[in-house]
Design a protein around this ligand. Structure first.
Ligand SMILES: [Zn+2]
Length: 240
């Protein structure tokens, strides 16, 4: 595989046992991605994500045992943010854990934007969230599978790092649909089940506070190009 050139597993297997592994990985990944074409980038991302999935499962990534409790900043829930995985259905949670460690937590620890947290740079990463007895980096509260079932990823009391907008993270739950809706829409049956789930769990959230990720943060098309004009109005209609 040509992408072995770009990611030396033996090296990183040693490096991830240091608390500050991400201070090298984040700039390395950024530089590598910038030097590749689209296909090369996809291959590189896959490689690195699979590597971290396996290393997290084996408990070989240096992580903190304790750290700041940002869940203390949780507000009451008045917003629901819809996401999609932008992948084929059947997304593995262990893979998502690696993706969100790499895409959300590692860059934040690399560059803590909150002044009181600047000291975190270089220290080992801590999410304050556990799942099945292990630290987890999952950012959404729910994952909706294509059979209409919902998997609980984080309890509502946990502040999920999903919206790319801290104020919205504090007051929202993130629901991720297990599919790629960049250029297609969920069907009506699925949207009806999503509406029923929202009604059951979050009856106090008003329709104007049901938003897509793209409405919280510029530069993402999540949960898809046709969300705002196409399937969001349907979802709202099914809530009534
Ligand atoms: Zn999203």
């Amino acid at each position: 595989m040509s992408n072995n050139r770009h990611f030396d597993e033996a090296y990183w297997q040693r490096r991830i046992s240091d608390p500050d592994w991400y201070t090298e990985l984040v700039p390395f990944a950024k530089e590598t991605v910038a030097s590749l074409d689209r296909q090369g980038r996809d291959q590189f991302h896959k490689k690195i994500r699979h590597f971290f999935e396996e290393e997290l499962l084996q408990g070989r990534v240096a992580l903190a045992d304790a750290g700041p409790n940002l869940d203390e900043q949780r507000k009451s829930i008045d917003t629901i943010v819809i996401h999609h995985t932008s992948a084929d259905p059947g997304y593995r949670l262990s893979y998502m854990d690696a993706v969100q460690l790499l895409n959300i937590y590692a860059p934040y620890y690399m560059n803590p934007t909150v002044r009181e947290e600047r000291h975190l740079k270089g220290s080992s990463i801590w999410s304050n969230h556990t799942r099945d007895g292990k630290q987890t980096f999952l950012a959404y509260h729910w994952l909706m599978r294509m059979d209409g079932s919902f998997e609980r990823l984080l309890p509502d009391e946990s502040l999920g790092w999903h919206a790319g907008n801290w104020d919205i993270n504090r007051r929202s739950v993130g629901i991720c649909l297990d599919n790629d809706y960049e250029d297609k829409d969920p069907d009506d049956a699925l949207l009806q089940k999503l509406a029923a789930h929202i009604k059951e769990h979050y009856p106090k959230v008003t329709p104007d506070k049901i938003v897509g990720h793209c409405e919280c943060r510029e530069g993402t098309i999540c949960p898809g190009n046709n969300f705002i004009a196409g399937w969001k109005p349907k979802l709202i209609e099914f809530l009534n």
